[in-house]
Design a protein around this ligand. Structure first.
Ligand code: CMP
Length: 133
């Protein structure tokens, strides 16, 4: 079985609300492997590298301000088709559109503070993982 990898970030809203364990537990119970786990404070330089594809967009400054506002937890997660699996578990980017039962559908309400980030393609996962591990 071919393994794939993804970066997941537990964002400052979820860390601040004590949801780290709950979120990590969902991935573990699903059968995915947590290969790396690290809590850190993201500075503006790292935030800009993580969100390079959003530079110039109207929400970029808010995005950087939010991800640098408190500690985050970075996870290196592996499993078969992990990117697709995790994106379904995470739910729609806008929590108002995320289905109940997804992480954002259960733990978030607004698009900035949407609890988690997850890689959206294998090349992105390689790049994003290299920033944190
Ligand atoms: P994330 O998966 O971390 O990727 C980029 C983030 O930008 C996204 O989650 C949202 O938290 C945030 N964001 C804020 N406004 C928007 C928007 N209009 N469209 C997409 N993402 C947005």
């Amino acid at each position: 079985m071919e393994m794939q990898k993804s970066l997941v970030l537990i964002k400052p809203d979820a860390v601040g609300r004590g949801l780290r364990g709950e979120i990590i537990s969902r991935f573990e119970k699903r059968g995915l492997t947590i290969k790396g786990l690290r809590q850190l404070d993201v500075d503006t330089a790292l935030a800009s590298r993580l969100y390079d594809i959003h530079e110039g967009k109207p929400f970029f400054n808010d995005l950087v301000a939010f991800i640098t506002s408190g500690p985050i937890v970075a996870l290196h997660v592996e499993g078969p088709e992990v990117i697709k699996v995790i994106r379904k578990m995470v739910g729609a980017t806008n929590p108002a559109e995320a289905e109940p039962g997804t992480i954002r559908g259960d733990y978030a309400l607004v698009i900035d503070a949407n609890a988690v980030h997850a890689s959206d393609a294998p090349e992105r996962a390689e790049y994003e993982l290299s920033l944190f591990f």
